[in-house]
Design a protein around this ligand. Structure first.
Ligand code: FAD
Length: 457
């Protein structure tokens, strides 16, 4: 026993010293929280401890995004969300600051930091998500992240020139229009048709799209259409401009994400140039599926940051509020709620970083689509994990804050908003049930059952 004490004490002392150094590092930067659970683990870590994932370039990028969000976004999000809109100028301001285009290639007007990789991407999303308003994030910063990639990957030079630079620089807005009233999870069941006209120069598009983020503001829609028979083999992607006759758009009322400009779109005999086809006809399903990987990574990172924000708000409130003669945090049950939240958020952070590490590797090895398909299962499982964590933390933080968390003003307003935004994260971009299925199939844990195996039993 004495030997054990002898061995563990120096380790414990070293760990405590490292933690103290981390806290000091966080305190030295006034923009960082001194509380270790309110920031990702590496924010206070010395260079040697974080070097496996994060370089000095990542630290500098983090500080740049944080400063923009602190100064130009957080002070205004409550007002924007309540108003249901964000000033157009924010996009241009964010672009000029090197934030808006930071994750896009320079050849299309992007402003990536030197050595841009998946960890820059993670930092970018995580730091933006500190604003605690998903509607602001998706309508301003993220919606073109799900609609532009198919054009860059598969689109003609003409299509790239038409939309990439205006969208990346914040001049124009772009949305992804896949879901329909009758086809959300089941993308292959979509019914919007695109028929080639007899002259072969146009497609005539008819159909309806539902829940389209930023749709009210969008100039371009990356639209999934049916160009052949049923199933995935008949799905194509068309770029449709919002000002084409026959396109009508109306705002949908949402539970949360009040500033997301979510739209219902009707295409009524819309004539779209055949040259607006993104990639080959009837080959649109795979690009849709591959773009989901990044959309889901964004969903994972935002969900975990929202969970961390709930944790952070809960801690702050528990340190201030007094009941029965002591602070809330002095009640063991409240401390237990806090540690339960921290346990999940911290574990998710490590999992997200592992996925980013694998994504970096796939870029280097050029495994491309094969890697993309493999990552599909991993990201699907991670999405379930992070959205369930977010849901748990929104609930627990609300309980800690009591009635304050039910008010759209005062100390509880951030948690109140995040609570209202939980469901869209657990449903949008692939619901938890469907993601679980994708994970167990995608990673080969389930072989598809008798039907897939061709059993005659
Ligand atoms: C705010 C918001 C913004 C959105 N933005 C966009 C956008 O910009 N572009 C876009 O194209 N789409 C968008 N969507 C649509 C979103 O992707 C879909 O809502 C989502 O894919 C789920 O589809 P659904 O709502 O039709 O649910 P359904 O597919 O009808 O499913 C209903 C429920 O049944 C479950 N379920 C379905 N199939 C199975 C199964 N096989 N086994 C077990 N359970 C199952 C689902 O998990 C879900 O809980 C948005 C949605 C929301 C809410």
């Amino acid at each position: 026993a004495s030997r054990r004490v002898h061995c563990t004490r120096p380790k414990a002392m070293a760990a405590a010293a490292a933690e103290a150094a981390g806290a000091a590092a966080r305190r030295a930067n006034p923009r960082l929280s001194a509380n270790p659970w309110c920031e990702p683990w590496w924010y206070g870590a010395p260079e040697a401890a974080r070097a496996h994932y994060y370089t000095e370039a990542h630290v500098a990028f983090r500080d740049k995004v944080r400063a923009f969000v602190d100064d130009k976004v957080i002070p205004f999000v409550d007002e924007w969300d309540e108003a249901g809109d964000v000033p157009e100028s924010l996009r241009r301001e964010a672009y000029a600051a090197g934030i808006y285009g930071a994750t896009w290639p320079a050849e299309h007007g992007g402003t990536p930091p030197p050595g841009f990789d998946a960890f820059h991407d993670l930092i970018w999303v995580d730091e933006l998500a500190r604003c605690g308003a998903g509607g602001v994030l998706w309508s301003v910063f993220f919606s073109f992240g799900i609609s532009l990639p198919p054009v860059l990957a598969q689109g003609s030079q003409r299509l790239k020139e038409m939309c990439a630079r205006p969208v990346i620089s914040g001049e124009k807005v772009m949305s992804l229009a896949v879901s329909e009233p009758w086809a959300g999870s089941d993308v292959a069941g979509l019914r919007t048709t695109a028929e080639l006209t007899p002259c072969g120069k146009y497609y005539k598009v008819n159909g309806e799209k539902k829940w389209i983020t930023s749709g009210i503001k969008a100039s371009f829609f990356t639209t999934a259409v049916r160009t052949a028979g049923a199933g995935i083999g008949g799905v194509s992607l068309l770029l449709i401009t919002a000002d084409t006759p026959g396109v009508s758009v109306r705002r949908m009322k949402t539970q949360g994400w009040l500033a997301s400009n979510t739209a219902y779109i009707v295409f009524n005999d819309v004539r779209v140039p055949a040259s607006n086809m993104i990639g080959a006809e009837n080959q649109g399903f795979l690009p849709i599926m591959l773009q989901f990987n990044h959309e889901r990574l964004v969903g994972c990172v935002t969900s975990n940051r929202f969970a961390r924000t709930c944790l952070s708000e809960g801690i702050t409130y528990a340190q201030q509020r007094r009941t029965f003669g002591q602070r809330l945090i002095d009640h063991q049950l409240i401390r237990h709620k806090i540690t339960e939240m921290a346990r999940m958020v911290e574990a998710n952070q490590a999992w997200i970083e592992q996925v980013c590490y694998e994504m970096n590797r796939s870029r280097i090895t050029g495994e491309g689509d094969a890697m993309g398909l493999k990552m599909g299962g991993k990201l699907a499982l991670l999405k379930v994990q992070t959205t369930k964590t977010y849901e748990f933390c929104a609930r627990e933080a609300s309980q800690i804050m009591g009635g304050a968390s039910y008010l759209r003003e005062g100390k509880g307003r951030v948690v109140e908003r995040l609570y209202r935004e939980v469901r869209v994260n657990a449903i949008g971009g692939g619901s938890e049930e469907v993601m679980g299925e994708l994970a167990i199939r995608g990673l080969g844990v389930w072989d598809g059952g008798d039907k897939k195996r061709g059993s005659k039993e």
